[in-house]
Design a protein around this ligand. Sequence first.
Ligand code: ATP
Ligand code: MG
Length: 249
Amino acid sequence: MLPKSHPRFESLRQRDLLIEGYKAGATAIAGLIAFGRGEAYDYLLGEKTPKSAITAIEASAALLLSAKNPVISINGNTAVLCPRELVKLSEILGAKLEINLFYRTEKRVGIIEKILKENGAKQVYGIRPTAELKGTESERRKVDRKGIYSADVVFVALEDGDRTEALISAGKKVIAVDLNPLSRTAKTASITIVDNIIRAVPLLIETVKKLKHTDKAELEKIVSNYDNEKTLKSMGAEILSGLKNQSQP
Ligand code: ATP
Ligand code: MG
């Protein structure tokens, strides 16, 4: 048991979720390494949601609310870090949940499906893929015809650059949650939320609730006013200024 009084409680709690997720067969061992890379960037953010991420979250909520077939892509890390919140997000948006794995095995897919269902998911896509996404060789090419294959907006997290590029090439809008503003995913996505998925999803749920009754034209305005390159640049500036303040006596 982790003592709640530990100064690094939240960080240790997240590590614990992944270790347990690995032991349960949901998370791939490479997922633990990917998480470690994310943690390093989170440290640079002071483990707080940066201002630029709030702008990206607002644009994401507007884009998801305007989508015809939004799909939330689930992998072995996101399934154990915040399954309840991801299911909730899919419910309030009427979005589909689809399992999509780099290290895909039928067993791992089944374990993740069970986690999602235990957390309230009624239907999970991607169990028996019915289509292939062009432009990526990995197991992540296997998608559901009614899900990612025909989606207009795909929400991804801890994503690989290859598939982000393939999704964009297929004409989809991609919302990525990635703590690393320099990754290919961050640079390729339509909207990049540079934040920890654990903090970003609850904030996104709140923002979707806030914008739920906004008219279509207003939502479109929020999306078209958003500039991902600019947001990523100000992200870099936020990290630098945080570091500068840290080093001041
Ligand atoms: P890319 O393929 O996009 O260039 P990469 O190869 O550097 O990225 P991957 O292992 O493919 O990295 O993807 C994992 C990404 O997920 C990393 O950029 C990492 O920063 C990010 N990440 C890890 N943990 C979290 C988390 N809890 N929340 C948000 N992002 C995370
Ligand atoms: Mg990668």
